[in-house]
Write a protein that binds this ligand. Structure first.
Ligand code: CO8
Length: 263
C-alpha cells in the first residue's frame, strides 16, 4: 500500500489503547471503491507498527456500515481491473485477519456484500438493530469477492452460508444473530458504544495473553485437533515467562486487581 498522508475516506482514532477505524463515504453509504479499499489497507498497515489492544471497525453515520463494493466503479472494470480490486480487498482483509489483537466490527447499518465481508474478517461482530446484512453479489451477476465465500461457511457452516450466498437475500440483525453471523444486537445508534465497552473489557486483560489466545483460537480453523492442542499447550507455557502472568496470578493471590503492562 502507498502511504498516504491524508486519507479521504478512512480515519483512525485511538483512545485508551483502542483504535477505531471509521469508513466514511456517507453519500454512497460508505461503498468501497478502490481508493476506499486502499485507504483501509493503508490504515491497518499503519496500526501494525504500533498495535493497539483492540481494533474496532465501523461505518460513518447511522445508515450504513458499508453497503458493499461500489457498483458504479465495478460496472466499468475489466477482468484485470476486477482482479486487482479483489486483490487489494484480500490484502486489506488479510491485514485485518492477521492483526494480532482482537478486532470488533460495529455494524451500525447496512453491511452488504463487501461490507459484510469486512465484518466477517473481524473476530467479533456487534450489530445495531437497524443493521441489514447479506451477500447480494449474485443478484448483480458476480460473487462475494472479498473473502465471503471462504469466511462465511467457516462462521455459520456451509448450509446456511450457501443459502445466503445463492439467494443474495438480505437479513435483519436479529436473523443474523440467530445464525451466529453476529454476536449481539444492540439498539440503533449504539453499535459503536457497545463495541467500545467490549473493547475496554478485553483491554483490561493481559494483552499478551489475549494475543496468544487469539492466535490459538485461529489455529483451530487451520489445523487438526492434535496439532491445535499442542500449539495451545506451547502458548500456555510461553505465557509463564511474561511479567503479566506473574502479575495476574500474583494479584489474585493477594486479592487485588491486576495491573497489566503487556510484557
Ligand atoms: N455502490 C455504489 N453506490 C451505492 C452503493 C454501492 N454498493 N450502495 C449505495 N450506493 C449509493 C446509491 O447509489 C445512492 O447514491 P446516489 O444518491 O448518488 O444515487 C446512495 O448510495 C444512497 O443509496 P440509496 O439511495 O440506494 O439508499 P436506499 O436507502 O434507497 O437503499 C441500499 C439502500 C438497499 C443499501 C441500496 O443502496 C443498495 O441496494 N445498495 C447496493 C447494495 C449491494 O448490492 N452491495 C453489494 C455490492 S457487490 C460487492 O460488495 C462485491 C464485493 C467484492 C469486493 C471485491 C474487492 C474489494
Amino acid at each position: 500500500y502507498r502511504r498516504r498522508s491524508i486519507l479521504e475516506f478512512v480515519r483512525v482514532e485511538r483512545e485508551d489503547g483502542v483504535a477505531v477505524l471509521t469508513i466514511d463515504r456517507q453519500e454512497k453509504l460508505n461503498a468501497l471503491n478502490p481508493q476506499v479499499v486502499e485507504e483501509i489497507g493503508a490504515s491497518l498497515m499503519e496500526l501494525e507498527s504500533d498495535p493497539p489492544r483492540v481494533v474496532i471497525v465501523t461505518g460513518a453515520g447511522e445508515r450504513a456500515f458499508v453497503a458493499g463494493a461500489d457498483i458504479g466503479a465495478m460496472s466499468e472494470m475489466s477482468p484485470v481491473e476486477a482482479k486487482r480490486f479483489a486483490e487489494i480487498g484480500h490484502a486489506a482483509m488479510a491485514l485485518l485477519d492477521r492483526t494480532p489483537v482482537p478486532s470488533i466490527a460495529a455494524v451500525n447499518g447496512y453491511a452488504l456484500g463487501g461490507g459484510c465481508e469486512i465484518a466477517l474478517a473481524c473476530d467479533i461482530r456487534i450489530a445495531a438493530e437497524n443493521a441489514v446484512l447479506g451477500f447480494p453479489e449474485v443478484t448483480l451477476g458476480i460473487l462475494p469477492g472479498m473473502g465471503g465465500t471462504q469466511r462465511l461457511p467457516r462462521l455459520v457452516g456451509p448450509g446456511l452460508a450457501k443459502e445466503l450466498i445463492f439467494t443474495g437475500r438480505r437479513i435483519s440483525a436479529g436473523e443474523a444473530k440467530e445464525l451466529g453471523l453476529v454476536n449481539r444486537v444492540v439498539p440503533q445508534g449504539e453499535a459503536l458504544s457497545a463495541a467500545k465497552e467490549l473493547a475496554a473489557e478485553i483491554a483490561a486483560n493481559g494483552p499478551v495473553a489475549v494475543r496468544y489466545a487469539k492466535a490459538a483460537a485461529n489455529k483451530a480453523l487451520d489445523v487438526d485437533l492434535v496439532s491445535g492442542l499442542e500449539y495451545e499447550a506451547d502458548q500456555f507455557a510461553l505465557l509463564f515467562s511474561t511479567a503479566d502472568a506473574k502479575e495476574g496470578m500474583g494479584a489474585f493471590m493477594q486479592k487485588r486487581k491486576a495491573e497489566f503492562k503487556g510484557e
